[in-house]
Structure formats: structure tokens, C-alpha cells
Design a protein around this ligand. Structure first.
Ligand SMILES: C[S@@+](CC[C@H](N)C(=O)[O-])C[C@H]1O[C@@H](n2cnc3c(N)ncnc32)[C@H](O)[C@@H]1O
Length: 237
């Protein structure tokens, strides 16, 4: 097959799938994800050089951040997911598999729920990514206990936050579709609760590196609908 035909065939394969992540696969092919993924990198503040590190990406979905960790020099990357890899979620694993092949990536994969993570099942990792997963958890503190158990040194966590005008740790509960009309969104911790939960599960050093809110929030918002916002926190054992 000529290179041109290979590129054409990849283009068609990409077009046949639904994507969440925007991934540059080379040769002018970029996956048409609804998420502007590369633009999120500055707020995550992932170290530029990951040479020699092992990385775990929890809730990897199409795998953008796993491939990015590999690109930054990680020696081993494990992408995990379950819900969006065919367990009833919005997507499938097909995008991850196609992107991995197109990029010639050696990222490993494991279908596992966040609550099943443990050193016995997957070992421990120098650096752990947990982006956009915590607010989907019915048991957020338990999920963070599992995340801590597989973190050897450094966790980067990004999550939806709510009740941000409250200074004490507080968590909004979404029993229905209150947040973004999505029944899989269960909790919106406020920034103080994210930090307190991380400390409670065992992290000793915690630093908020970015926060974003759709608008300024005040105590009047506490009784209203959720205001979109998210924070990125780095935590170390
Ligand atoms: C908003 S996506 C974030 C994907 C990726 N980490 C990112 O930041 O772009 C949420 C991820 O959490 C995963 N997930 C794990 N457990 C889930 C659950 N119980 N409900 C919904 N999503 C869950 C989904 O499969 C999905 O990959």
C-alpha cells in the first residue's frame, strides 16, 4: 500500500469513530473530539520531562494524556478506563486503539474501574493522572483512597468543583442530572474539600495549580444550580 493510501485509510477510520479527545495523529489528521484537549495542557501543568517515570492515566478514554506522557519520555504508561471503554458509557475503546496504532505507541491498557485500583492489581506508579473522573464517583473519598494506593509519588487531579463560595470543605451531591444534564455526575466537591480529601487519604503535600469558574461565585449561588468550574491539584505522598 502506498503512504498516500495509508493516510487516506487512517482518515476514513478516524471519521468513522466518535471521539472525545482531539489528538494529532500526524499527516494532517486530527481526531475530531468535542474536547479541546491540547488546550487543556497549560492548566494541568504536567512536568515537561517525564524521562524514566512510570505513569498511570485513570479514565484515559481516547488516551490523549497517556500518549502525551509517552511523548514526554515516560518509560511505561498504563491507560485505564472502564465506563467509556464499553461498560455503558458514552464511548468505546476504538478511538484509543486506533490512535495507539496510528502513533506507533507502546502505551499499555487495562479495563478496570477506579474503585478496583490497587497495588495488587496494577502495581504503583511514579506519576498518576486523574482528570475528569472524581465528580463521576458515587464514593469520591473511597475513589481517592484507591488512587492514593497506586500513587508512588505524585498525583495530578483535575475535577469539577462546586460550592466554591464556601470556605469549609463541602461536597454538592447530584442525585439526578443537575450537573450538565448528565446522570453520571454525582458529586461536586469545593476546592477545600478536594484538598481535605487528598490529605485525608494520605497525601502530604498538596498544591492547587489552576482554577477556572464560568463566572464569579458568591454565597447566593449555594442554593442555585451548579456553576461550572474546575480545579487542577498536584499532590505528593
Ligand atoms: C469526562 S471523561 C474524562 C476523560 C479524560 N480523563 C479527560 O480528562 O479528558 C470521564 C472519564 O471517567 C471515566 N469513568 C470512570 N468511572 C466512571 C463512572 N462511574 N462514571 C462515568 N465515568 C467514569 C469515563 O470512562 C471517562 O473516561
Amino acid at each position: 500500500m502506498t503512504d498516500e493510501r495509508e493516510v487516506e485509510s487512517l482518515k476514513n477510520a478516524v471519521a468513522a469513530l466518535q471521539w472525545w479527545h482531539t489528538i494529532d495523529l500526524g499527516n494532517g489528521i486530527v481526531t475530531p473530539g468535542g474536547d479541546p484537549t491540547p488546550a487543556r495542557l497549560p492548566e494541568l501543568q504536567i512536568p515537561h520531562d517525564l524521562t524514566g517515570l512510570t505513569v498511570l492515566d485513570i479514565g484515559a478514554w481516547d488516551g490523549f494524556f497517556s500518549f502525551e506522557a509517552e511523548r514526554r519520555g515516560a518509560t511505561r504508561v498504563l491507560a485505564t478506563d472502564s465506563f467509556c471503554w464499553g461498560r455503558g458509557g458514552w464511548g468505546t475503546k476504538a478511538g484509543f486503539e486506533l490512535a495507539r496504532q496510528a502513533l506507533g505507541s507502546r502505551v499499555e491498557d487495562l479495563d478496570i474501574d477506579p474503585l478496583e485500583l490497587s497495588p495488587d492489581r496494577i502495581g504503583t506508579f511514579d506519576l498518576v493522572f486523574c482528570f475528569g473522573v472524581l465528580y463521576h464517583m458515587r464514593h469520591p473519598l473511597l475513589a481517592l483512597e484507591r488512587v492514593f494506593s497506586v500513587t508512588r509519588r505524585h498525583l495530578i487531579l483535575q475535577t469539577q468543583v462546586d460550592l466554591s463560595a464556601i470556605e469549609r470543605p463541602a461536597i454538592a451531591f447530584y442525585p439526578g442530572t443537575e450537573l450538565n444534564n448528565d446522570p453520571t455526575n454525582w458529586c461536586g466537591p469545593n476546592p477545600a474539600a478536594v484538598i481535605a480529601m487528598l490529605r485525608t487519604v494520605g497525601f502530604s503535600e498538596i498544591k492547587t495549580v489552576s482554577q477556572w469558574f464560568a463566572r464569579e461565585v458568591s454565597l447566593a449561588d449555594v442554593n442555585g444550580p451548579p456553576v461550572s468550574g474546575h480545579i487542577t491539584v498536584h499532590a505528593w505522598r
